[in-house]
Design a protein around this ligand. Structure first.
Ligand code: ASP
Length: 289
């Protein structure tokens, strides 16, 4: 049985090419965010609250392709996706192609808590968010950092954000939030808001993914990691490597961030790098790309 009082967490800011200019700001920010989450967990906060709050901080930062840092789709609109999952009861909230709201992760949490459903999309999600009093964006031109597809896609990394945490009670939770791919088709939804693809938490593992969403969906990668552990008896590192190998064999790229019930964070990626921070066993917050 895992010890009851271990706390652990990890965050990622996407996988892909290095963007040297953005990187030091991202690393410093991820470290601060992880420190904050660690303090919350030490104070007894539930993993679910921690992943929601940290994901919202990353959405607000404008440093990642999520929240404020989202780029427009091919019609010039900002359509955002997010998912949050509470591992022990397997409660899930998800929003897809959400326009006009600052923090998709808060809307996803509200879907989890205040509807009989798991996922809301587009206008339905927006009407629901309005009724919940979620913070709106008055003018996208004043809010989003990337205006128009003036930057070439190759300048942008896949910069989805994710958070996984284990609280003092041994509960795992995960959140993933993204603006998706720059210049994507209207209505396109990737892996990030899909439970079992880009986001998952159960009683043994919490997972948040980043990369080419279509390939992560084909590999059902987050669910596959848990299934490899559950039915195949694999340890977490082996399960994560196996799932990434399967995605790689399909021709996709990206990475997975996973946190096991023992509190150990495992990252596996076939992209050039993955921006990440995590709580190490000695209590320090580590950062790597
Ligand atoms: N996985 C995300 C998507 O396909 C993109 C990313 O990770 O940056 O929407």
């Amino acid at each position: 049985m895992p010890k009851q009082n271990i706390i652990a967490l990890a965050v990622h800011g996407g996988a892909g090419k290095y963007n040297r200019a953005a990187q030091s700001a991202q690393s410093a920010h991820m470290k601060d965010v992880a420190q904050h989450g660690k303090a919350m967990l030490e104070a007894g906060a539930p993993a679910l609250d921690v992943v929601e709050e940290l994901a919202a901080q990353m959405e607000d930062a404008g440093l990642y392709v999520a929240g404020k840092g989202t780029g427009p789709n091919c019609a010039g609109e900002y359509e955002l996706d997010a998912c949050i999952m509470d591992g022990t009861p397997r409660n899930i909230g998800s929003v897809c192609a959400l326009k006009g709201y600052k923090n998709p992760v808060h809307v996803a949490r509200a879907v989890m808590e205040h509807t009989p459903h798991i996922m809301l999309t587009g206008r339905g999600a927006e009407n629901f968010a309005a009724g919940q009093g979620c913070k709106q964006i008055q003018n996208p031109l004043d809010y989003y950092i990337i205006q128009g597809v003036t930057r070439l896609p190759e300048e942008l990394d896949t910069g989805t954000i994710g958070v996984v945490a284990r609280d003092q009670g041994g509960h795992l939770a995960a959140a993933t939030s993204t603006g998706g791919l720059l210049g994507k088709m209207q209505g396109r939804v990737g892996d990030s808001p899909l439970p079992g693809a880009g986001c998952w938490a159960d009683e043994r593992v919490a997972v948040s993914c980043t990369g080419q969403g279509e390939f992560f969906i084909k590999a059902a990668i987050a669910a596959d990691i848990s299934a490899r552990m559950r039915y195949g008896g694999q340890a977490l590192p082996e399960a994560a490597q196996g799932a990434i190998a399967d995605m790689d064999a399909q021709g996709g790229y990206g990475g997975v961030m996973t946190l096991g019930i023992t509190g150990k964070a495992v990252f596996v990626f076939n992209a050039l790098g993955m921006r990440r921070a995590w709580s190490a066993e000695n209590g320090a917050i580590e950062v790597a790309v």
